[in-house]
Design a protein around this ligand. Structure first.
Ligand code: PMP
Length: 352
């Protein structure tokens, strides 16, 4: 049979890949090394046993949105929830990007911003960051003024660099955009600053978050955004009916009861991140200051790809970014448990 041709504009696109290898220590996908608390598991199981499985779930996820709104001090009408922050981004881009519209990114950054935008049929305008991965504010604002994007992305802390975007940059970009500014804050709780406090109905600003990292719930696939009420109302037109299943609504709502435990896990990871960075300083390694649960680094004396391979041979998988544009020889390590990090650091010291 002759395959049915895919849309012309998709033929050139490649999917997003995050290769998984069966290995002892996996520090490649920025997950939490710790499970959620046992008390959360018990409460979740108890509520799951009472779900009316023959009925559709609450279509507007009221209780979950109320719980999320309460942690950020906003109204539930400013909260939109979906299956992972990737689906939040997809819904945003379906509503605000699409054919004939432009989306701006500052590279290197999270690849899915450009990828999803292209899938919606939008044109993506990429502006390079400086060599140290900080935002070149003048070049970025020039790019915004000439491309007139309907959606502009910042990512803070930025994946894969870990850099936190200074508040002054976020405000300057927000001032310059003719459309929406989306700040992807998948890693926000690891960082000293968040754009959440700038969200207001009078500003075209959206902040996206996820339960996959700090909340230790990557398996649940739950993310959300906080934005203006008028934007959240538009997203309801785009998203599928009953997109968020009952189990996820319960799991997320219950997770928020364990915010203190989440913050303790975050503090442990931040301390471990700082220990890894201090060890890098003693090795022939350059690294980027990180406000996230991972660190981007570049061995000075061996090719990045060779170091990745040598680590793998020692049972440690990190993310190989060395072939990505603007990231020659770079690798990215997710902060694991103290034991995992020690194995990684010992292996790294041997191979660099
Ligand atoms: N944004 C950023 C910056 C990420 O790194 C990730 C996960 N890799 C996501 C969004 C998507 O997270 P999820 O869909 O698991 O919420």
């Amino acid at each position: 049979m002759i395959p049915v041709p895919v849309r012309d504009d998709l033929r050139r696109l490649e999917g997003y890949h995050s290769p998984q290898v069966d290995v002892r220590i996996r520090l490649n996908t920025n997950e939490s090394p710790a499970e959620p608390p046992a008390a959360w598991r018990d409460a979740f199981a108890a509520e799951l046993s009472r779900v009316a499985w023959n009925r559709y779930p609450d279509r507007s996820a009221t209780a979950l949105r109320e719980a999320i709104a309460a942690i950020h001090g906003v109204s539930p009408d400013q909260v939109f929830v979906a299956n992972g922050s990737n689906e939040v981004l997809q819904t945003l881009l379906l509503a605000y990007a699409g054919p004939g519209r432009t989306v701006a990114t500052f590279e290197p950054t999270y690849q899915m911003h450009g990828q999803i935008a292209r899938v919606t049929g939008a044109t993506v305008v990429e502006t390079s960051r400086r060599d140290d991965f900080t935002l070149d504010l003048d070049a970025s604002i020039d790019a915004i003024e000439s491309a007139r994007p309907m959606v502009t992305f910042l990512c803070s802390p930025n994946n894969p660099t870990g850099l936190v975007e200074p508040e002054a940059n976020v405000r300057a970009v927000l001032h310059a955009v003719p459309g929406l500014l989306v700040v992807d804050e998948a890693y926000a709780q690891f960082a000293p600053w968040s754009a959440m406090s700038l969200v207001d109905d009078s500003r075209p600003l959206v902040v996206t978050r996820t339960f996959s990292k700090t909340w230790s719930m990557a398996a649940a696939r739950l993310g959300y955004l906080v934005g203006p009420t008028w934007l959240v109302a538009e997203l309801d037109k785009v998203v599928l009916p009953y997109h968020l299943d009952a189990a996820k609504q319960i799991g997320g709502r219950l997770a928020i009861r364990f915010t203190d435990e989440m913050e303790e896990r975050v503090a442990t990871i931040v301390a471990e991140r700082n220990r890894i960075a201090a060890c890098f300083d003693l090795l022939p390694i350059d690294h980027v200051p990180s406000g996230a649960n991972f660190i981007l680094f570049r061995p000075r004396e061996r090719a990045g790809r060779d170091v990745w391979q040598a680590l793998l041979e020692r049972g440690v998988l990190v993310r190989d970014c060395s072939s990505w544009p603007r990231l020659d020889d770079c690798l990215r390590v997710t902060v694991g448990t103290a034991e995992e990090n020690t194995v990684f650091l010992d292996a790294l010291a041997e191979v660099v």
